[in-house]
Write a protein that binds this ligand. Sequence first.
Ligand code: ZN
Length: 475
Amino acid sequence: MPHGLAGGRGDRPGEGRVPAGGQAEHRREPRGHPAVRGDEHPHPHAVQGRGGEGPGRRRQGQGSPAEGDRSAPRSLSESRDRVLENEPVPSASRLPYVRTIHRGDRGEAVRDIQHRLLDFGLRIEPEELEGRFGPSTEEAVKAFQQRRGLPSDGMVGADTWGELVEAGYRLGDRVLYLRSLTFQGDDVRGLQKRLNALGFDAGREDGIFGPRTAAAVAEFQHNVGSASDGIVGPDTIGSIERLRPAVEGPSRAVVREAEYIRHIEEKQTLVGSCVAIDPGHGPDDPGHVGPGGLSESEATMLIAEDLAAELGARGAHPSILRTRDDAPSPSARALAANELGAAVCISIHLNGGEPTAEGATCFYYGTEATYSPAGQRLAEVIQEELVALMGLMDGRTNRLTVAMLRETRMPAVQVEPCFLTNPTEEAMLTDPVSRRLLAAAMAAGIERFFGSVESATGPRSASGSTDAGRSSAGG
Ligand SMILES: [Zn+2]
């Protein structure tokens, strides 16, 4: 794009017309008011931060210059410096202490959820509005979860609540810039989409305002003759909205990632590559427990150790993201994988359900609107090897938006090789020999991702795993 298409005076926070309510910090409690845990939070309002004003019910037209974000940096380099100075802070994408709200609940929290669902364009029966969580609210929650790549259980827990909050942000609601506790939401996703469509490289359209998005903003500002401060306020948004992309087509982020897959297949090998392995759960969070007493946290660690040995034998550099005594948050694990510069990230969980439920499932980052092609490719090859080599039932590949898949910068998958609640599959995990075979199947899939090895099964069959089904993430 040519220079000088639009003049601009920059977006010093406070100069604009940002409504005060749009500044709400919904990701953490205000300083000096530490978060309380568990049921002490009567409803999600308690986690919305300043004044309890969430994006779903913004006050309009009350903004004034004095109410701008005083903590915003003055320039991109200043925000970069701040990120470097500060301890790496996980992006707190999900709050762990929100009580789950479900069918049968009543009250203010339900009313808030309903308003957010209505804002999202979903339908709720009039007699349920004003705070009664009935069948149509449950259906609306399920539809929302499906569209946002969440397990579709109809209940509002921490993940669904976080997505409802993020879905409420529109570009322009708040000033965006790079900070260590990253801005997340649909306003960021909208910004990334517009920048990518205009030919700037904002990276994956994941709704996280990270360094790559900030760099794309600065590049855009430079191109339109504004101060390249990387701060997205009313002026920058105005410039972006005045410029329509020449051609509407597939997202450039998706195209770029598809090119990246070709690069990996042609240029990169598993030998010498770092593979981040995340054994799901931890000492205080056992996850599912099998009928024989094996916990998901222990089983994922055993699989991770076998997988690391398999990958090491194939010349890779595996790195396990937790120890037996340690349970970092998913965001902290994603950050660790990023800092390792891992080529791929494998998060291991186990499914749970009825004793007869069985089979393997692989998840990759995606919603109905966007997905990671490289993650999908990695999920498919691992899934194929698990099914072919272990004879496991094919639970297919699916999209999911958990932090490990969304906040990692490399192709990432969540592998659920089997059901821990199935006695036969639990026995497979308890037996060291079959567990090693399971790890070898996963390693074979990872090796195929790097393009150096043909499938053990020959060409992929027409009935192979596809993205047509959508099962819930049980792990
Ligand atoms: Zn799990």
